[in-house]
Design a protein around this ligand. Structure first.
Ligand code: SF4
Length: 242
């Protein structure tokens, strides 16, 4: 029987920024959001001549070569859950292979996946790092051209399953950086994802499309304010700043 195949935008064998510890990061090609602040817009199209096609066995072989130096594997994108059947087979093979079984398996997601997709992935997934671009739906539409309803459903589903490892808030000045909005977001997370770490990520113009190049980069002081407003509800010990 033929193996599932995936389209990848890139692979980073050693990454310290895609989850806990040193990780093998796999960036899938294709995304179902259209974020103004995306700094990897080349990963958005699902069909592009730049993507590399791989089988599960080929990708697992790449992980095996560096497994002794890794804490785990993270699938990211683009949006990895758009190729969920492949991710499930990849994670299952990593789990079953003695050379890679000890590695943790994380998904970095924009949250636009349905419950059935998560139910396929969660049995072989240790944790999900979820982006919440905005709690307010209108702001989410302005930032991503999509409703945040599926993201909030994913947040609830993952929290209930005990697999929500982190919520990531990308703060884009002029859009989602208001004090009231961030305090509301903190309240929401304290209620619906209690105890889950929150990462505050300040917008950076590097690599973004022309439409976002004039958005200012938040200062260190701005980032500290964002963190303080969210932390007022979730607790300072759970909030980190990037
Ligand atoms: S979800 Fe991520 S990869 Fe997709 S468009 Fe938004 S920032 Fe880019």
């Amino acid at each position: 029987m033929s193996q599932p195949r995936a389209l990848l935008a890139d692979v980073v064998p050693f990454s310290w920024v895609d989850g806990p510890g040193n990780r093998f990061a796999v960036f899938f090609q294709g995304c179902n959001l259209d974020c103004l602040a995306c700094h990897n817009p080349h990963t958005m199209p699902q069909l592009t001549g730049r993507a590399r096609e791989v089988t599960v066995d080929e990708l697992v072989a790449d992980v095996r070569r560096v497994a002794p130096f890794l804490s785990g594997v993270t699938v990211s994108g683009g949006e990895a859950t758009l190729q969920a059947s492949f991710v499930a087979a990849f994670f299952q093979t990593l789990h079953d292979d003695p050379a890679t079984a000890a590695l943790t398996r994380y998904v970095d997601s924009n949250g636009c996946a349905d419950a059935a997709t998560w139910d396929m992935l969660l049995p072989v997934t240790d944790g999900v790092m979820l982006d919440l671009k905005a709690l307010d739906c209108e702001t989410h539409l302005a930032l991503t051209h999509h409703s945040n309803a599926p993201v909030l459903m994913s947040l609830h589903h993952l929290a209930a399953a005990g697999k929500l490892a982190e919520v990531r808030l990308l703060i884009v000045p002029g859009y989602n950086d208001g004090e009231d909005a961030l305090r509301d977001t903190g309240d929401y997370l304290a209620e619906h994802a209690p105890g889950v770490p929150v990462r505050i990520i300040g917008f950076r113009p590097h690599g973004v499309r022309a439409a976002a190049r004039d958005i200012p980069e938040p200062t260190t002081e701005d980032r500290e304010h964002y963190a303080e407003w969210v932390a007022s509800a979730v607790g300072a010990e759970l909030v980190s700043i990037v």
